[in-house]
Every structure is written in structure tokens, then in C-alpha cells.
Ligand binder design. Structure first.
Ligand code: A2R
Length: 326
């Protein structure tokens, strides 16, 4: 598959919000597989990891003037907008912050791009959570499915997507919209289910806690993809995606959280009991989320390379190396 939008010489990519889980993986793949020069932003109080050969700048997307100034000085060919309040659980606790960052902050980025005197290609990262309450017969979910967000985080990302597609059309901008399904791997915060379970197992193995796993809703089914496959899809989409279009990025296969738990416990060296922690049960949870990835595959030729088994093993090993070391 060729890259029709690749410019001659080394092109420059800007990652906004690179201090999180995805940022360092994206920087890595853009340098190694897409041969891009990478500039990244983080919040002033944050630190980035594994950012060799990357210029790192401070940026809070809530300050639009700062976003404009940064874009004008960096002059990127490609922009990846990752900055977000990305946790569903935190969004229930702090909806105001989530609305500010995910809607107003994203709008600031799009408005700043609009003010440039050229048209960079921009990937706005949203979420599979935007589809929300999926009806029988709608699975796997295509990009044209109705959006019925089931939580505050999902509602803010659906809004980002809608504004993005309106801007692309109204102002002839090279904006592509992504709906990323659950991505997992080493270094993810234990707010997210796979990292949480792997960290608990590692703590139990080290004798740092009783041999009991605390879990939330085990019947929910989610579409999990290794973060390294996800960021490769982002690189391919920024080059090949069509302006104004939305693309699902996921594995195309939903696993029950129970299956994930069983896989993780089977890898443990200890015998472990499972107990429900009421704090881990969400006020509203969506039963099944599974992506139809036909559009992504037809547009880019992308296929996942890393199995669920491998990503769970590497995530567990990551936590085994870290717990008790802090
Ligand atoms: O919330 P923090 O302190 O962890 O910082 C996050 C940062 N961020 C911001 N950056 C600039 N201006 C802001 N006002 C602002 N508020 C938060 O964006 C974090 O460092 C980064 C997003 O990284 P994560 O939360 O780790 O998300 P991840 O897993 O890298 O996902 C990337 C994108 C997000 O848009 C997700 O909603 C989507 O993929 O699934």
C-alpha cells in the first residue's frame, strides 16, 4: 500500500498530548516505520518516557493562543491529537474537566489548525465508547452506526467527532476522525482493566497483598488491540485517510472481561480468589462493544500483528518488573 500524501524528504509529525499511554508508542512508530521527524507536547507538570530524538514542548490545549503559537512555530505536516481526559471512571467523577479538555480543548486545536496558512493532515482521536448503547444486530459496529453514548467520556468524544466532521467539510480541512476501541499494553495506567488485573496479580505474586483479585463487571465485552498495532493504524490513517471521514481502529473481536481475567489468572504462579469491588462497577455500562474494521483495512491495508495472548503476557511481565520497586 503506497502513502499518497507522503511528502519528499523527512516530514514532520506533531503529537499533542504525548505524555500519556499512547504518545511514546506513537512517537516510536512514526520515527521507525514512517521515517518522520517527531515533535511532541505534554502538560507542563508531566514527564514523557522513551522520547529519544523527539523535541518535547509544553502545551495546555485549554489555552488557544498557546496552541496557535505552537502550531505556527512547529509547522507540522501531520498532527495527532491525543490530549484528553481519557478515563471513563474519572469522567463520572469530574464531568466538567472532561467536557473542558475533550470538547473545548479539541476545538482549540481545530481552530488553531484552521488559522494556519497551509493544510496539515490531522488525526483527531476519539473512542469506540462513542457508539454507546449498541442494539442487537448492530455488531460489529460500522462507522455509520447511530451514536448513543452511555457515559460522559463517550459523550465528549462523540461531540469532538461531530465538530471535526463539520469543520472538515465547512472549512475544507484535512481532518480525519478515529474511533479507537480499547487499547492495551505495557505502561498503561492501572485505571484501565487489563493493566489493573495484571498489576494485582503481580502484587499477589510478590506477597504484597492477599491472594484476592478485586474486579468490576465481568460480563462486559470489549474489543482489545495492542497499543503498538493501534499507533501503526494511526500512522497509516494520517497518510491515507480521507478528509472528514471517521475510522474505527480495533481488532474486530470482542472479549468478555471474564475471559481476560481467566487468561491473566492462568498465567499467575499463585492460586487467586476473585471478589467484586462495588467501586469498580460503573453507574452505566455498555454490554458489548466490537468494531467493524473493514473501512480501516480497505483504506490502509492495516492488519493487527500482536495477539491478545502476547500483549497480556507482556503487560503482566511489565508489572512483575515494577511492583514493589517504587
Ligand atoms: O490527564 P493527564 O494529566 O494524564 O494528561 C493527559 C493529557 N492532557 C492534556 N494535554 C494537554 N492539555 C490538556 N488540557 C490536557 N488534559 C489532559 O493528554 C495525558 O498525558 C494525555 C492523554 O493521554 P492518556 O490519558 O494516557 O490517553 P491515551 O491512552 O494516551 O489515549 C490517547 C487518546 C485519548 O484521546 C483517548 O481518549 C483516546 O486516545 O482513546
Amino acid at each position: 500500500m503506497g502513502f499518497p500524501f507522503m511528502v519528499k524528504g523527512m516530514s514532520k509529525a506533531l503529537i499533542i498530548g504525548a505524555a500519556g499511554f499512547v504518545g511514546s508508542y506513537l512517537a516510536d512508530v512514526l520515527k521507525k516505520e514512517f521515517d518522520m521527524e517527531v515533535v511532541a507536547t505534554k502538560l507542563p507538570h508531566e514527564t514523557v518516557r522513551d522520547m529519544d530524538d523527539v523535541s518535547v514542548l509544553d502545551l495546555n490545549i485549554l489555552d488557544k493562543d498557546d496552541v496557535v503559537e505552537l502550531l505556527m512555530s512547529v509547522h507540522p505536516d501531520y498532527i495527532f491529537h491525543l490530549a484528553a481526559q481519557s478515563s471513563v471512571a474519572v469522567a463520572w467523577k469530574n464531568p466538567g474537566l472532561t467536557v473542558d479538555v475533550n470538547i473545548k480543548g479539541s476545538l482549540n486545536v481545530m481552530d488553531a489548525v484552521r488559522e494556519l496558512h497551509y493544510k496539515p493532515r490531522v488525526l483527531m482521536i476519539g473512542s469506540g465508547e462513542e457508539y454507546g448503547h449498541i442494539r442487537p444486530g448492530e455488531i460489529p459496529i460500522t462507522e455509520e452506526n447511530n451514536l448513543r453514548p452511555g457515559n460522559i467520556y463517550a459523550a465528549t468524544k462523540a461531540c469532538q467527532n461531530m465538530i471535526g466532521s463539520i469543520y472538515a467539510q465547512a472549512y475544507d480541512m484535512q481532518l480525519m476522525l478515529v474511533r479507537a476501541f480499547n487499547h492495551i499494553g505495557p505502561n498503561q495506567a492501572p485505571l484501565f482493566v487489563v493493566a489493573d488485573f495484571c498489576k494485582q496479580v503481580a502484587e499477589i505474586e510478590k506477597g504484597l497483598r492477599e491472594p484476592v483479585m478485586y474486579v468490576g463487571n465481568l460480563s462486559a465485552r470489549r474489543d482489545f488491540t495492542d497499543v503498538r498495532d493501534v499507533v501503526r493504524a494511526y500512522g497509516m490513517l494520517v497518510l491515507n485517510g480521507k478528509a472528514g471521514q471517521t475510522y474505527n481502529v480495533g481488532s474486530g473481536h470482542a472479549y468478555a472481561i471474564q475471559e481476560i481475567l481467566d487468561m491473566i489468572i492462568a498465567k499467575s504462579t499463585c492460586s487467586i480468589d476473585v471478589k467484586v469491588d462495588p467501586n469498580k462497577i460503573r453507574p452505566v455500562d455498555v454490554p458489548v462493544i466490537e468494531a467493524d474494521t473493514t473501512k480501516l483495512k480497505e483504506t490502509t491495508g492495516w492488519e493487527p500483528r500482536i495477539s491478545l495472548e502476547q500483549t497480556i503476557q507482556e503487560t503482566l511481565d511489565y508489572w512483575r518488573e515494577r511492583v514493589g520497586e517504587e
